[in-house]
Unconditional design. Structure first.
Length: 191
């Protein structure tokens, strides 16, 4: 899976990305509302050999992670994730993690929009959700920028890093996405 946007290339992660991944996925503040601790080199190597190795969605429960590389500098600035929840029901989930070094420049929105586009037009999904901790305001703002609707607020839903977390569930349907982007070209996609 390879996608291109105005400023980014979305492509599979490789061992050459380890240092860049460590700078943001190894950062405590970046991982604050994520369901895993900051990653070290060993954890990144483990993921590169397992979950991040996958480039196609075949079975329910699988996910693909794509690194977001700046076209101008070649620098890896973040990654986006697409989960296949149910092929039968056309359901998926999206997620994103970006380096604070590029915060506030729209890179995460640009990458997430390309992923949503591909999930609907390439993978053929019908409905996408994003789930986040209520305190994760930047992520909620990103959902709103994508046109996702807030569908649920699950009060004190789960423990995240020892604290109860209230979960917000955002969603968007394929026809809602299409209606927001009349005449907009899809992200270039090739298998
Ligand atoms: C969630 C996260 C990706 C959001 O990062 P972000 O920098 O706010 O998002 P973007 O890169 O899309 O930038 C958007 C900001 O840039 C601004 N911006 C500047 N140029 C822009 C452009 N060309 N397009 C869109 N936005 C632009 C927007 O106005 C917005 O600022 P605002 O929120 O103050 O209004 C980031 O905070 C993160 O990685 N957090 C840690 C991981 C995490 O919690 N992931 C979510 C788990 S559910």
């Amino acid at each position: 899976m390879l996608l291109e946007t105005a400023r980014l290339r979305l492509r599979p992660l490789t061992a050459a990305d380890t240092d860049a991944l460590l700078t943001y996925r190894g950062d405590e503040e970046v991982c604050r509302y994520l369901p895993f601790p900051p990653m070290d080199a060993a954890e990144i190597a483990r993921r590169l050999a397992t979950q991040w190795f996958r480039t196609e969605l075949v079975e329910d429960g699988e996910h693909v992670t794509l690194g977001a590389e700046r076209l101008d500098t070649g620098e890896l600035v973040g990654d986006v994730i697409l989960f296949l929840k149910s092929r039968e029901h056309g359901n998926g989930e999206v997620g994103w993690v970006f380096s604070p070094a590029v915060a506030g420049q729209g890179y995460a929105t640009e990458a997430a929009a390309a992923l949503v586009d591909h999930a609907f037009s390439g993978v053929g999904l019908r409905r996408l959700v994003a789930r986040l901790d209520e305190r994760n305001v930047p992520s909620a703002r990103l959902c709103s920028r994508l046109g996702m609707r807030l569908e649920a607020r699950l009060v004190d839903n789960e423990y995240v890093k020892g604290e109860l977390s209230t979960e917000l569930d955002y969603a968007i349907l394929e026809h809602e996405w299409a209606a927001r982007r009349p005449g907009r070209p899809s992200a270039d996609a090739s298998a």
